[in-house]
Write a protein that binds this ligand. Structure first.
Ligand code: MV4
Length: 449
């Protein structure tokens, strides 16, 4: 196992990684921006190095500064967390060629999954169900017309360099195809420096269900069941759970087996997530593969009883994983507590936390870097913490979450707590009846309690 690693991240995930390291006897090096001097990851790490000014581009995305900090402190490996450089193939490559183990898959793997059209073709060849559509990228308007006619409208045009909902356009009829095709290319070229797009059949009102996979360097791949992530707003997830209220044992087995087949076919190493669209008939289709640990990994941990960060470290150090299938034990839900004003269209609400009381008790977990007196800086994402409730079934998890949210006090900033308190009381949510469009119509202010 490693003796010392550097964490190229901040906030709750930096803290989360430090905790696993301490347990395993691994020394940690935090890096921080000038805005994060008083952040807990700086205090809890064994060493800390300032890597630049507040702006992400000048600090947490500044590769030379991070590599210098790694040399200076003599670490063996670098954990990228999520966001920032976690899916940057160039960073992974520079880490490795500088003599530091990148805790994640190879640069080639990151690169190949980052191209969404290529990832789709790879998974299709491995026998993973995909949405009908173009074979790879569409380079001419004529080809776009042909593909759309073949699969039928509505269709969706996606940027190969997009992902997470960025660079997509839905086209409902032939008359609107040409302009949308051209706009999609232009937008993608501007946003990602890559104008390539592909086309597929638009699936109406799908659920977003993803499978956690894990591979080691010996060719072993396992899956740790699904996470339901349909409760999202403008492609930002607000709540995740495991298992999904609609995934039956039969669907789980099929989705899990397809995911293991897909990940095995590319020799996947480390933690990965395969995202699927699940339609109302229980059909699922590959969407994207994420090559990082995700924000919502905690709900999986709570139902399978395994520290996924510890396993990332184990695999990166050359360890083997167990292929034993871990069935979900009970149910876990995660609420993302963001510094946002839910009454003002979820507008960011950074600033000083003047008072803070964390909920607790049986089955309650809070992953946060916040404390009374801490200021949420305006430069990064608005995640203040993740509240996770476990229950022996979904209803127990929801009721436990409800109590935990009622107990949670954060003053000085606005947070998403009032939204989640309403959601826990909503009949549709409690019945598990929702898809990715649910939040377009859900009015949390109308829930009575
Ligand atoms: C789709 C789709 C419908 N049909 N693809 C959004 C995120 C990106 N990973 C892919 N996304 C979608 N792809 C087809 N063929 C609908 C979405 C989508 C969506 C997916 C998951 C969660 C929320 C969503 C919200 C809007 C659209």
């Amino acid at each position: 196992m490693f003796h010392k690693i550097l964490i190229a991240n901040r906030g709750e995930i930096a803290l989360r990684i430090i905790r696993s390291c301490r347990e395993l006897g691994i020394k940690t090096v935090a890096v921080f921006s000038e805005a994060d001097r008083h952040s807990l990851h700086v205090r809890f790490a064994d060493e800390a190095v300032c890597i630049g000014p507040a702006a992400g581009k000048l600090s947490y995305l500044n590769i030379p500064q991070i590599i210098s900090a790694a040399h200076l402190t003599g670490v063996e490996a670098i954990h990228p967390g999520y966001g920032f450089l976690a899916e940057n193939a160039e960073f992974a490559d520079i880490c490795n060629s500088s003599g530091f183990t990148f805790i994640g898959p190879s640069p080639e793997m990151i690169q190949s999954m980052g191209d969404k059209a290529r990832a789709k073709e790879t998974m299709k060849k491995a026998g993973v169900p995909v949405v009908p559509g173009s074979e790879g990228i569409v380079t001419t308007v004529a080809e776009a017309y042909d593909v759309a006619k073949e699969i039928g409208y509505p269709v969706i045009i996606k940027a190969v360099a997009g992902g997470g909902g960025r660079g997509m356009r839905v086209v409902t009829k032939e008359a609107e195809l040409e302009t949308n095709y051209q706009m999609a290319q232009t937008e993608a070229a501007n946003a990602f420096n890559n104008g390539d797009v592909y086309i597929e059949k638009f699936v109406e009102g799908p659920r977003h269900v993803e499978i956690q996979v894990f591979g080691d360097t010996f060719g072993n791949v396992v899956h740790y069941n699904e996470r339901e992530c349909s409760i999202q707003r403008r492609h930002q997830k607000l709540l995740e759970e495991s298992p999904s209220p609609v995934v039956t044992d039969a669907i789980r087995e099929k989705m899990g087996a397809a995911s293991v087949k897909g990940a095995s076919s590319v020799g996947y190493v480390g933690a990965g997530t395969i995202e699927f669209l699940l339609d109302a008939n229980g059909q699922f289709y590959f969407m994207e593969m994420n090559t990082r640990i995700q924000v919502e990994h905690c709900v999986t941990e709570q139902v399978i009883g395994l520290d996924l960060i510890a396993q990332q470290l184990h695999v990166a150090a050359g360890g083997k994983i167990s292929k034993k299938q871990r069935k979900p034990n009970g149910h876990a839900i995660e609420c993302r507590i963001n510094a946002e004003d839910v009454e003002k269209d979820f507008r960011p609400s950074p600033g000083m936390i003047t008072s803070f009381h964390a909920p607790g008790g049986y089955g309650v977990r809070l992953d946060t870097h916040a404390y009374a007196g801490y200021s949420i800086p305006p430069y990064y994402d608005s995640l203040v913490g993740k509240l996770i409730a476990w229950g022996s079934d979904r209803t127990e998890a929801i009721d436990r979450m409800k109590s935990a949210l009622d107990e949670f006090v954060i003053e000085g900033i606005k947070t998403t707590i009032p939204f989640h308190r309403a959601l826990m009381r909503d009949e549709q949510f409690r019945a598990g009846q929702f898809d990715t469009k649910f939040l377009e119509t859900f009015d949390w202010t109308k829930v009575k309690y």
